[in-house]
Design a protein around this ligand. Structure first.
Ligand SMILES: Cc1cc2nc3c(=O)[nH]c(=O)nc-3n(C[C@H](O)[C@H](O)[C@H](O)COP(=O)(O)OP(=O)(O)OC[C@H]3O[C@@H](n4cnc5c(N)ncnc54)[C@H](O)[C@@H]3O)c2cc1C
Length: 342
């Protein structure tokens, strides 16, 4: 029997790879587990899981649970939920983290409603802290602060779950930083018998054929991003940003206002309801810098703002501000970059 009340991360596993978002959550989980003085556990449910722990241990996991059955890959709702619900009844984790992906959004609520725990979706920060119930005066220590924007981003809410376990949270890809804890770190592998946790009846849905269209746009890992906002004014205006991006070897990002106006594809949207990015250089053209946008790019190493309003809020977080119309500034950036990089 394993020991109880640890912190567990549900690791998504596809095509032989643990998903980036799961490794990001293991990185955060390692930090939180150390603070709480508990073990960091990971669970992988699927098929052909040989050696999967080698991808997980460097991120600091103390225990990796593996539940293997060929019917458990690819992901389907009932079987994966059954595994987690039944295992959690045994090991009673105090915290469970999942990616706010299609899978996490499907799985998290099923598990939390079955266990009568709570779940906070799309957290942007996770912190350990104490809490006093204002009504009863009861004190709680070492709760998981599940922090996320609320009411359309107008407030940042800190949500706690004092009594029910596990405290569950989902986090979008890219929000937490992925960092190897120790490449040589080793933990314990616990192979669990699938038939103990999932019944044949849970496999009511059989996947006969699967087609996944991979997104052709991937701004998440781009080292340089040239981003455009509503101030760029048109799709044609974005062509100029693509030209600059081409010269710099960059990707093009956009604000929600620019995406809603049809200037750029949704896959390029940076921010709270888009992608979180951390490039070395972020050039923001015609972007005012509302909190929902800043949330997705504020960790960029260098930020350059090109805006015709010297008081645009984005200028307060920019390392360099160029005040002017992007139509005048961007061609000059292209010209002088080409000239100076010869
Ligand atoms: C729940 C919720 C989630 C959201 N999620 C996101 C999200 O993920 N990402 C996101 O980006 N937004 C998001 N938003 C929207 C966000 O609140 C802002 O509306 C949006 O970011 C504004 O985009 P913008 O800066 O392009 O446009 P604006 O705020 O209209 O700013 C345009 C800027 O362009 C400048 N400008 C105008 N003409 C020029 C020119 N010729 N040259 C240079 N500068 C010029 C103006 O001075 C201005 O600063 C969300 C909102 C809500 C309520």
């Amino acid at each position: 029997m394993q020991d109880k009340n640890n912190l567990i991360v549900y690791c998504e596993y596809e095509d032989g790879h643990v998903a980036d978002v799961s490794l990001e959550l293991l990185t955060k989980g390692r930090q939180l587990a150390t603070e709480l003085g508990v073990k960091l556990e990971a669970i992988v449910v699927g098929d052909k899981l040989d050696g999967v722990e080698k991808q997980i241990f460097p991120y600091g996991a103390d225990v990796v649970y593996k539940v293997e059955d060929k019917r458990l890959y690819p992901y389907t709702s009932n079987p994966h939920a059954a595994v987690l619900i039944n295992l959690f009844r045994e090991i009673e984790p105090q915290i469970c983290l999942m990616g706010a992906t299609c899978i996490g959004r499907d799985l998290g609520p099923r598990v939390s409603s079955s266990l009568h725990s709570g779940l906070t979706a799309d957290c942007t920060s996770l912190v350990i802290g104490d809490h006093t119930d204002p009504k009863t005066g009861k004190e709680y220590s070492n709760l998981l602060y599940q922090i996320r924007p609320a009411f359309g981003g107008n407030i940042v809410a800190t949500i706690v779950n004092p009594d029910c376990r596990p405290q569950m949270a989902t986090v979008r890809e890219g929000v937490m930083k992925k960092e190897v804890f120790d490449p040589a770190h080793k933990g314990e592998v616990v192979k669990l018998k699938a038939s103990k946790y999932v019944k044949d009846e849970d496999f009511v849905v059989e996947i006969i054929d699967r087609h996944i269209e991979k997104s052709k746009i991937n701004i998440k890992n781009a080292p340089i991003i040239v981003a455009g906002g509503y101030g760029v004014g048109s799709k044609e205006g974005f062509d100029m940003l693509f030209e600059l991006a081409d010269v710099l070897g960059a990707e093009v990002g956009a604000t929600r206002a620019a995406v809603d106006a049809g200037f750029a594809e949704h896959a390029r949207q940076v921010g709270q309801t888009g992608v979180t990015v951390r490039p070395k250089l972020y050039i923001a053209c015609g972007i005012s810098g509302q909190i929902q946008h800043i949330a997705g790019m504020q960790d960029s190493s260098i930020i350059i703002s090109v805006n015709n309003d010297p008081n645009a809020p984005i200028n307060t977080i920019a390392d360099y501000v160029i005040t002017g119309n992007y139509e005048d500034v961007v061609p000059k950036l292209i010209k002088y970059y080409k000239k100076n990089s010869k």
